[in-house]
Design a protein around this ligand. Structure first.
Ligand code: G6P
Ligand code: MG
Length: 215
């Protein structure tokens, strides 16, 4: 019996995955990398800022020191945070609020499990924070997905056992992390069929069988 749902943030509740892509694309161009594309970006989903940078740098010839890599990651984050300036409830993906309201009515606890260190600002700006019981994010963990840490911290904060939690994710790293945490998983988004989750749906706005998902 599921007592809590742990949502990934970028690409599940909000469209910020597109802003990450825009910011990495801009950084790649600034350092002369023209080959960075959506396929590379797909691999960045769910993984940390520094690991995401490595995926960009694979496409170039140049080697950077650790200190230079930190500067590059900071540059990307500055671009990204700037793109977040105008973020509001319009960025919330279709079906998300309806599901959060339904879960509240059912007295299912709601958690966030996101590797992003920008999670608090995104939850505030979109107004999603009002629905969330506990947040586990990049500021709480040392290992990014596919390590299960971010979901285990979320379950712990919610006061639930892993087997009582359902994870909703759009990334391969996230579904692997949910399995490693021994949590049930629902994959959403463009790659939903490829992700080897327990259940999948193109979008949160599609009809979902909550008896099955929570049973
Ligand atoms: C999420 C996104 C990743 C991003 C990571 C770190 O997991 O899916 O694409 O790299 O967060 O985000 P941050 O906002 O801390 O740079
Ligand atoms: Mg995601």
């Amino acid at each position: 019996m599921i007592k809590g749902v742990i949502f990934d943030l970028d690409g599940v509740l909000v469209s910020t995955d597109e802003l990450h892509y825009a910011a990495w694309s801009q950084l790649a161009k600034m350092i002369g990398i023209t080959e960075f594309n959506r396929e590379d970006n797909q691999r960045q989903k769910g993984v940390s800022r520094m690991e995401s940078l490595e995926i960009v740098l694979e496409k170039g010839e140049k080697c950077y020191s650790d200190a230079e890599k930190v500067l590059l990651a900071n540059m990307k984050n500055d671009i990204y945070v700037n793109l977040l300036t105008d973020l509001d409830q319009e960025a919330v993906l279709p079906g998300a609020v309806e599901i959060l309201m339904r879960l509240k009515k059912l007295e299912i606890k709601i958690g966030i499990g996101s590797v992003s260190k920008n999670t608090p600002i995104i939850l505030e700006k979109t107004g999603l924070i009002t629905y969330i019981d506990e947040v586990s994010c990049g500021l709480d963990i040392t290992n990014s997905k596919p390590d299960p840490e971010v979901f285990l911290v979320a379950a712990n904060k919610l006061g639930l056992q892993p087997k009582e939690c359902l994870v909703i994710e759009d990334s391969k790293a996230g579904i692997i992390a949910a399995r490693a945490a021994e949590m049930r998983s629902l994959a959403v988004g463009p790659e939903h069929k490829k992700l080897d989750a327990d259940y999948c749906s193109e979008s949160l706005s599609n009809e979902l069988d909550w008896n099955l998902l929570l049973g």
